[in-house]
Design a binder for this molecule. Structure first.
Ligand code: DQA
Length: 150
């Protein structure tokens, strides 16, 4: 059954060329194919999703500033920004919405610098290394947070 919660699914830098990135790490899907998968996960959970992708940090920040009233929660894969773009954390904090961080690859099992996440302590959960399935887990976690179920 649909509860109609609105989830803003935000893709950061380099996700527009997802199908040109290392398939061993990122699965070889195009962004559109990934979004179709996310859309079907959302349907199963009765959530409404809206997608946003940008390669410009300022655009991501401005989108976050406008989220209040437009979305109920955020599912974000900020790509490499995750590891150093503190302004994005501050902007997400301004949105005051429950959020979950997701990564296709296992960021904690790769280079040391990918272990840092600017979202730590802000996002309510992080799913990494599960491929597209991580987005399903993220949507589930947000759905639970929004409906107060466990
Ligand atoms: C990523 C992991 C990041 O470290 C990397 O910079 C990306 C993709 C992932 O989904 O695995 O762009 O966020």
């Amino acid at each position: 059954m649909s509860n109609g919660h609105r989830i803003e699914v935000m893709h950061g830098v380099n996700f527009d060329v997802l199908d040109r990135r290392d398939p061993a790490l990122y699965g070889g899907l195009s962004l559109l194919e990934l979004e179709r998968r996310i859309e079907s996960f959302a349907q199963e959970l009765g959530l409404r999703v809206r997608f946003f992708q940008t390669n410009f940090e300022g655009e991501m920040v401005e989108r976050m500033h406008r989220l209040a009233g437009e979305a109920d929660a955020v599912l974000i894969n900020a790509g490499a920004w995750t590891h150093y773009a503190w302004a994005i954390r501050d902007a997400l904090e301004v949105a005051k919405l429950p959020s979950v961080e997701v990564h296709l690859s296992d960021v904690d099992g790769r280079e040391q610098w990918r272990r840092v996440s600017i979202f730590e302590g802000l996002c309510l959960a992080k799913f990494a290394g599960e491929g597209p399935e991580g987005y399903r887990l993220g949507l589930q976690a947000l759905s639970k947070a929004l409906t107060g179920t466990r």
